[in-house]
Design a protein around this ligand. Structure first.
Ligand code: COA
Length: 358
């Protein structure tokens, strides 16, 4: 069953961009595999095996009963009853991709459907940020959460939001909340968990907006994890890509023709991910900040939240040293299609790409 295929392997680089994407963001993993790694937890097939054997036992006993009743009193044994195929549907895929949460799951598999429903609800509305978390921010008299910006306007909304920041390896109530957020994000992006080492050199930025009904509570509308990195690759502008990839490349001949702008001394661009059309110059360039995770709950998308989080992260990630995405000081890890749209709008082509450790 395709929904149970194993997870995509971690990202790797290659140098044959058009034919085989090189850094492959793990393609959207089927839902059951993402959420239930053990084989016991996987959803049962449409006809569970136990049920199938019961069904065939029932059929054969019916046939036996019929044939034995027909042979009673020494009557001639009739030819075996012909079974008719009543329902056979091969023209519709049972794999569904949810337009809201973008997850693929097997329609009809109750476990898969239930897991999808849970995830879909989590993707739409962020969790609450309330009194418990506010209490937890003061530890031994020290505030472990920074209020980075307040009164952030949202497009078309009266409510204003704020951005808070804390170390991504934080523990306690706030740490527990961050790991739940990251679980949802990782499932949505089909990414693996960030390693403890990566979290240790990362900061989590949360966008909070006032709760609709409860006055002293807020909702987490979006999240960005910014990581200290050393190098990243520059993106090759689309206008140049056309010159780099000729029909020779596309026909799987990996040697670039001498008429192309790249010579044998110039490293060949590598493709990033399977659902983006980004190509990078593989030369590692010093880059201080990488965005390893970026997520806005679907109820709050296209309000400018991702951009606000990125602005805040670039301005505050390194104390006293604001970073400029337009100067290539920020990189994204293997962006998704919409991640690429944000990257282009925010960084105007100067945002780089790095390979995170998932
Ligand atoms: C990608 C994501 C974080 C964007 O969050 P967002 O708050 O909606 O983004 P913003 O409102 O700040 O949008 C900034 C710009 O990015 C571009 N953009 C964002 N979402 C887009 C979309 N779905 N289609 C096309 N362009 C889009 C637009 O240019 C937008 O500016 P505009 O609204 O003025 O046109 C959000 O869609 C998301 O969480 N997606 C699922 C997870 C994901 O793919 N993360 C990216 C990992 S790299």
């Amino acid at each position: 069953m395709p929904a149970l295929t194993p997870s995509s392997p971690p990202s790797t680089f290659s140098s044959s961009p058009p034919a085989t994407p090189a850094i492959s963001r793990p393609s959207k993993r089927p839902f059951s595999e993402v959420t239930s790694p053990s084989s016991e937890d996987r959803p049962s097939p449409l006809f569970p095996l136990a049920k199938r054997s019961k069904l065939s036992a029932k059929l054969s006993s019916t046939v036996k009963a019929k044939s034995s009743s027909n042979t009673k009193n020494g009557a001639p044994k009739p030819s075996q009853q012909k079974l008719t195929q009543l329902h056979f549907n091969i023209d519709q895929s049972i794999l569904r991709t949810c337009p809201i949460c973008d997850l693929s799951y097997t329609k009809g598999a109750s476990g898969d459907e239930a897991l999808h429903r849970t995830h879909c609800a989590k993707v739409q509305q962020g969790m609450e940020w309330g009194r418990e978390e506010e209490k937890d921010r003061i530890r031994n008299g020290e505030n472990v959460v920074t209020d980075v910006v307040t009164d952030v306007k949202l497009r078309g909304r009266k409510k204003k939001g704020r951005v808070i920041c804390f170390s991504a390896d934080i523990d306690g109530k706030i740490g527990a909340k961050l790991s739940i957020i990251l679980q949802t994000v990782n499932t949505a992006l089909s990414s693996s968990e960030l390693s403890p080492a990566a979290l240790q050199c990362s900061k989590g930025y949360l966008f909070l907006i006032p709760h609709d009904t409860m006055p002293n509570r807020e909702r987490i509308a979006g999240c960005v994890i910014a990581q200290r990195i050393t190098t990243a690759m520059a993106v090759v502008p689309p206008s140049v890509q056309g010159c780099l990839f000729t029909s020779t490349d596309l026909s799987n001949d990996l040697s670039l023709p001498s008429t192309t702008p790249t010579s044998s001394a110039t490293p060949r661009p590598v493709a990033v991910g399977s659902d983006s059309n980004i190509f990078c110059d593989p030369t590692p360039l010093p880059t201080p900040m990488g965005i390893s995770r970026m997520f806005v709950y679907s109820a709050y998308r296209r309000l400018g939240i991702a951009q606000a989080l990125l602005d805040t992260a670039a301005a505050t990630f390194i104390h006293g040293c604001p970073l400029d995405p337009l100067k290539g000081q920020v990189a994204f890890s293997q962006p998704t299609g919409t991640g690429q749209a944000v990257m282009e709008k925010w960084g105007k082509g100067a945002v780089r790409v790095f390979e995170d450790d998932d």
